[in-house]
Design a protein around this ligand. Sequence first.
Ligand SMILES: Cc1ncc(COP(=O)(O)O)c(C=O)c1O
Length: 440
Amino acid sequence: MALDRPVPNDLSAFWMPFTANRQFKKAPRMFVGADRMHYTTADGREVLDGTAGLWCCNAGHNRPRIVEAIQKQAAELDYAPAFQMGHPKAFELATKLCDLAPEPFEHAFFVNSGSEAVDTALKIAIAYHRARGEGTRTRLIGRERGYHGVGFGGISVGGIVNNRKFFGNLLNGVDHLPHTHLPENAFTRGQPDHGAHLADELERIVALHGPETVAAVIVEPMAGSTGVLMPPKGYLERLREITAKHGILLIFDEVITGFGRLGSSFAAEHFGVMPDLITCAKGLTNGVIPMGAVLATAEVHDAFMQGPEHMIELFHGYTYSGNPIASAAGLATLETYAEDGLFARAAELAPYWEDALHSLNDHPHVIDIRNMGLIGAIELEPIAGEPTKRAFSAFLEAYESNILIRTTGDIIALSPPLIIEKAHIDTLIGTLGEVLKRTQ
Ligand SMILES: Cc1ncc(COP(=O)(O)O)c(C=O)c1O
């Protein structure tokens, strides 16, 4: 179906994020429409969405409840000041979000993106210790290959080399745990058996600096953007044990794993490990309107609720924190997830998804396949001396073959909307298999 929407002649002004701008502008890939599992391209093709946009459209596209909520809210109350004023929907959404989250999470601080959620959580962690009279706890510990967005806090605790090395000295007082990607775990379905010991590195880092200097450890419970790395069995439990022992806050960055991706509301619930703070974004509004949140336990939140009542307790916030239209979108999104039973659906479909993904294990260049819930990664052998080129070629070829995949390095990451049907999985994986056969 060709849409009557002109594509601009001049593409030069828009400096595109995380994009090979010169390559793109020579051969642009433009979406002009989207409905449920498909995008429509400017040249009228239907492209199957294998990535839920950017891991965010968990309920698929053009969901009427969300569209209507946004339209209605824009006409009713477009904006309300976020500081010292309120509007009902932000409070309603915070309550619904905390109801959805595992039990200890009772408070939500709204932000506008995953990056802001991360920087907010790091700031809360440091300020929490100070509020309790432990102001020496300022050190932050992230992990190699971690992705925590692109703010200075996020790239400092993050461990993706290209996201860090161009940007100077970053935050000081940051250490990194080793990543959890071990070659012996290749082609593991779900959580790998080996690697829980990697969490013990935390003991070493803490001993080096003294626990009284460490504020927080932040990890993605399942690392997404670096190419889908599963936590080894027992690893997250061990991190929780060590952080608790030393009075260090544990932050789970659930920007990808939140809202059903693993078949549960949050990964914390899925793995049965409770951090002290959770960051989320993306699926909170089905990707439709920018919004994120930091979820805090009562213990963390209540530490701030002291001093004179007219005083601001946390000197932090954004003009658009809890924006009315984003809040309306968030409420409608959570209702859509519940109404369609999408988290349970993801869990039900996971075995079919797993089998389909692993059917590619004998395809050219495939050196590993990983999966959990409705997420998967196919790692390709890089072309010698030209890292990322092979996967990028596969991405371009896939787009021409009407499937949207995502690549990071030489890893293909898949994370379809949770409304995906078995027939779509067959098309996605079948087409990808053909693409791999054609990829040099
Ligand atoms: C775990 C994680 N944290 C943070 C972010 C950053 O989110 P945003 O791009 O909304 O700033 C992402 C984005 O992919 C992410 O995967």
